[in-house]
Design a protein around this ligand. Structure first.
Ligand SMILES: [Zn+2]
Length: 475
């Protein structure tokens, strides 16, 4: 045992003889646990949470819990002894100081104080670290805000509300949430195809006018709404970087950041805006006109489709499938139908394998002023016989019913059969609580049931079609 006396303060000696063998999952087969603890002689009962590193649950004897909106974890168990995070934990009962070290970073927190210091520089924690007594174990644990601690120590942290889990990963260069392109892009011929807009860019109404080089055909210019990066890209066949980089060839009327690049035989004109905007692009023989506006003022109907999970979050796994891949396949099928319908502007939280945080998903929907939101998921249970389709809702029951009816059709299930698990009222889900518009979450079937998982996989084109219809028909 390498447990120094110092770091064992606040813990029972019995821990010295226990290995890191306790795996605690906050959500198991859809069941939640409550943690009962006392703090300053007051009794608390909170929903238990766990923390994961690279998708494995960090073993702990003391479950985490949420206080207000801050996830608190045992400093010792998550960042100390059993941790694979590369962090070292010490606690001094004399000074009440909690110290976490990871590579060159030292984070010092003090019990019952929101003031902490990273490498000597003070900052404020979202919640004060505290010593609590875990009722069922009759032991004391020091609980610290997990997200702040992880991030200050150079780790990634995202909250997964389905798993009730803080997902911790090591930072890698080109993390999808910050830098790289987030998904496949839709190329639309400028001006003609694409989504019908309320406003059309023209010589008398534009945000930017770009002069075209002589002899460049309209068909060699396409535009691509890269909303994940808050920009419109105009892609031109051939190397025209010098021409498009010249400030003499553009007139900017509304705030935007203009840049150009050349790669792979194409010139890219990047028009970056401060928030997600809707764009109209029009070409004449001499100019490209681009007008941007808030999506709400640009498009008639706005939809956000959310493929559940992604990237480091596989979602449920079973029967040889991962939920994140099944949801993406369905959403890509929905997209193939939406792409042919210019009535709707559709934003996808992801179109490739990366993890948009839950708040990223609903913030995107709120930012674009979406009219509808649909989150696509696959269910899972301990029992391999669990089966059927259900739709989760909080406020918009009619919409959810519409989604449920169509989801059943997509699966080829009769609504009067036992495969219809009907609507489920849920108040604990970020993608139902966060979006301000009509929203629903569909669980197509059970990945843990091999027959059903295979069915979802083979029917994903039909499912995509029916879910597309469910959203369209809801207007
Ligand atoms: Zn899911």
């Amino acid at each position: 045992m390498h447990c120094k006396r110092l770091i064992c303060l606040g813990l029972s000696l019995s821990l010295l003889f226990s290995n890191c063998s306790q795996t605690f999952a906050a959500v198991k087969a859809g069941t939640y646990f409550k943690v009962q603890y006392t703090h300053n002689k007051k009794k608390y009962s909170k929903k238990a949470i766990d923390a994961r590193y690279n998708n494995s649950i960090i073993k702990t004897n003391m479950p985490g819990f949420i206080d207000g909106s801050t996830s608190l974890y045992s400093a010792y168990w998550v960042f100390g002894r059993c941790s694979s995070l590369g962090t070292k934990y010490t606690y001094s009962s004399k000074t009440k100081k909690i110290t976490l070290k990871r590579s060159s970073n030292t984070l010092v927190m003090t019990l019952n104080s929101k003031t902490a210091a990273l490498n000597g520089k003070k900052f404020t924690l979202p919640a004060a670290p505290r010593k609590i007594r875990y009722v069922s174990k009759k032991k004391n644990y020091i609980m610290i805000p997990g997200e702040a601690a992880a991030k200050k120590l150079g780790l990634n942290y995202t909250w997964n509300n389905r798993l009730l889990s803080g997902l911790i990963t090591k930072k890698t260069a080109g993390s999808p949430s910050s830098t790289t392109s987030s998904g496949n892009t839709t190329n639309t011929s400028s001006g003609t195809k694409g989504t019908a807009t309320k406003i059309t860019a023209s010589a008398s109404n534009y945000s930017i006018r770009i002069k075209k080089p002589a002899g460049l055909s309209a068909s060699s210019i396409v535009s691509d709404d890269d909303y994940w990066n808050k920009r419109l890209r105009i892609i031109v066949n051939g190397n025209y970087k010098t021409h498009f980089a010249s400030s003499a060839n553009r007139t900017i009327k509304e705030s935007l950041t203009y840049s150009t690049s050349y790669s792979g035989g194409k010139t890219y004109i990047n028009i970056k805006t401060s928030a997600i905007k809707g764009f109209s692009v029009t070409q004449t023989s001499s100019y490209i006109y681009v007008k941007y506006a808030a999506p709400k003022s640009m498009y008639h109907r706005i939809i956000v489709i959310d493929a559940g999970h992604g990237g480091s979050d596989s979602g449920a796994t079973g029967s040889g499938y991962a939920e994140k891949n099944m949801t993406l396949k369905i959403v890509q099928n929905m997209k193939s139908y939406f792409d042919k319908n210019s009535t709707y502007k559709v934003y996808y939280t992801r179109l490739s394998d990366w993890y948009p945080s839950l708040s990223y998903r609903y913030k995107m929907a709120n930012e674009v002023g979406a009219d509808r939101f649909l989150s696509v998921h696959i269910n899972s249970a301990d029992s391999s016989s669990a089966k059927g389709t259900e739709t989760l809702y909080k406020t918009y029951k009619t919409y959810a019913q519409n989604v449920q009816n169509n989801a059943l059709k997509g699966m080829g299930y009769s609504s009067s059969s036992s495969y219809n698990r009907k609507l489920k009222y849920r108040t604990d889900l970020a993608v139902l609580n966060g979006p301000k518009m009509t929203t629903a979450l569909v669980e197509m079937g059970f990945i843990s049931n091999k027959t059903e998982a295979n069915r979802i996989n083979s029917k994903s084109a039909a499912i995509g079609n029916y879910l597309y219809q469910a959203v369209c028909n809801s207007f």
